[in-house]
Ligand binder design. Structure first.
Ligand code: RP5
Length: 174
């Protein structure tokens, strides 16, 4: 669902980048773009990067270790298969990390889900659903986290939710 809210159009422009969206591969973009679309709809400035736990491990360490000092409040990390990106990201930073299991070809995303959700106690990753729904909800959850301290984000998020509710028909059409 894509909604564009018209109130406070300046929010994205004058808001520092608080959300980082990272993914293990270009092939994850088809899924992760749904998180970015939600953030765009809500006017939340964000950055997006390809960061692979396996192919670019130094990039991962640099990204995660500097996230807080660069002003990020939330990281959304999507990966598929042996999806170590969200967990390793959380190992390097204490800002919230939301993990999105990308639907893999071989095991339909169950491998991604279990790789992300089964973190050892002490290193948390907030794990979302497999695929598009998970990416969409990661965007909304990132907005929820920001809304605790940003009244403009809260207003936009509440409006987004109200619009969604109003769009649900009472009866199904034939
Ligand atoms: C993971 O391996 C990525 O997150 C991606 O979901 C998966 C496959 O990557 P590619 O071979 O398509 O680059 O690291």
């Amino acid at each position: 669902m894509s909604q564009t809210l018209s109130t406070d159009e300046t929010l994205q422009n004058d808001m520092p980048i608080r959300v980082g969206v990272i993914m293990g591969s270009q092939s994850d973009w088809d899924t992760m773009r749904h998180a970015c679309e939600i953030l765009d709809d809500l006017g939340i400035a964000h950055e997006k990067r390809i960061v692979s736990a396996h192919r670019t491990p130094d990039r991962l360490v640099e990204y995660a270790k500097t996230a807080r000092q660069r002003g990020l409040h939330v990281i959304i990390a999507g990966a598929g298969g042996a999806a170590h990106l969200p967990g390793m990201c959380s190992a390097w930073t204490s800002i919230p990390v939301l993990g999105v299991p990308v639907q893999s070809r071989a095991l339909n995303g169950q491998d991604s889900l279990l790789s992300i959700v089964q973190m050892p106690g002490g290193v948390p990753v907030g794990t979302l659903a497999i695929g598009k729904a998970g990416a969409t909800n990661a965007g909304l959850l990132a907005a929820s986290i920001l809304s605790v301290t940003d009244a403009r984000v809260m207003a936009r998020l509440d409006a987004w939710r109200a619009t969604q509710t109003a769009a649900v028909a009472d009866v199904p059409v034939e």
